[in-house]
Design a protein around this ligand. Structure first.
Ligand SMILES: Cc1cc2nc3c(=O)[nH]c(=O)nc-3n(C[C@H](O)[C@H](O)[C@H](O)COP(=O)(O)O)c2cc1C
Length: 207
């Protein structure tokens, strides 16, 4: 029997760690979206959060193309998605394409942290979304050349991820069993000892 949306949300929660922001533990990437729109006020809040991310030289290189359900922007972003992503993302009430200027505005030189900064802003966006009871799902699986062409994005911008945004839906609404399995599998992470190091290959002592 397929788990309910509430049960899935429970099993996707990261184990509580005292002092870690609850929203960090609560955020996860759903694929099933409820048939419910996001209010303009809440949508504005997720971009306000992105707005306050740090960036190299305070360049704020990010730009977000935002498509609401049934809009031509939503259709264009959706049309660039891989088949796998199209199989679940159609129901997302909002699709967002994140891009970043790869040139500094103050002197025109290369900003090698453009994508890094876009990622930081996207993280703020996804955490704010979680705080508002929304779910977000980032996607690298889309045709960047097609997206660049569809939106006439200048060459001086690099493309990041597409983000599906909405309210979590019932897993049973997903199109096929493989998606339901992904939706109902607990999340996993590497232990800190694998990525917090005091020397190369040597775990830092965080005890
Ligand atoms: C940059 C990026 C690209 C991703 N691309 C895809 C994608 O194309 N399709 C997909 O289903 N999930 C995609 N994901 C979602 C990841 O698989 C997911 O974040 C990861 O498994 C961790 O799960 P969690 O977000 O629920 O913690 C992407 C996530 C990120 C951050």
């Amino acid at each position: 029997m397929t788990l309910s949306a509430v049960e899935v949300n429970q099993l996707k929660q990261a184990p509580a760690v005292d002092g870690v922001l609850p929203v960090v533990l609560a955020r996860w990437s759903a694929r099933s979206f409820a048939d419910r729109d996001i209010s303009p006020a809440d949508l504005r809040k997720v971009f306000e959060a992105a707005r306050w991310a740090a960036s190299s030289y305070n360049e704020q290189p990010w730009r977000f193309l935002v498509g609401l359900r049934n809009s031509s922007t939503h259709k264009k972003i959706y049309s660039t998605l891989s088949g796998h992503n199209q199989s679940w993302a159609a129901a997302a009430p909002v699709l967002i394409l994140g891009v970043a200027s790869s040139k500094f505005s103050h002197n025109g030189t290369d900003n090698r942290n453009a994508l890094y900064d876009l990622g930081a802003a996207a993280s703020y966006l996804t955490l704010q979304a979680a705080a508002l009871g929304l779910t977000s799902h980032q996607m690298a699986g889309y045709d960047q050349a097609a997206a660049r062409q569809a939106f006439e994005i200048p060459d001086s911008f690099v493309l990041g991820a597409v983000i599906a945004l909405g309210y979590q839906g019932e897993p049973s609404a997903l199109a096929h069993q493989e998606l339901i399995t992904l939706e109902t599998t607990p999340r996993t992470r590497k232990p800190l000892s694998e990525f917090v190091l005091s020397a190369w290959g040597e775990p830092a002592n965080l005890a």
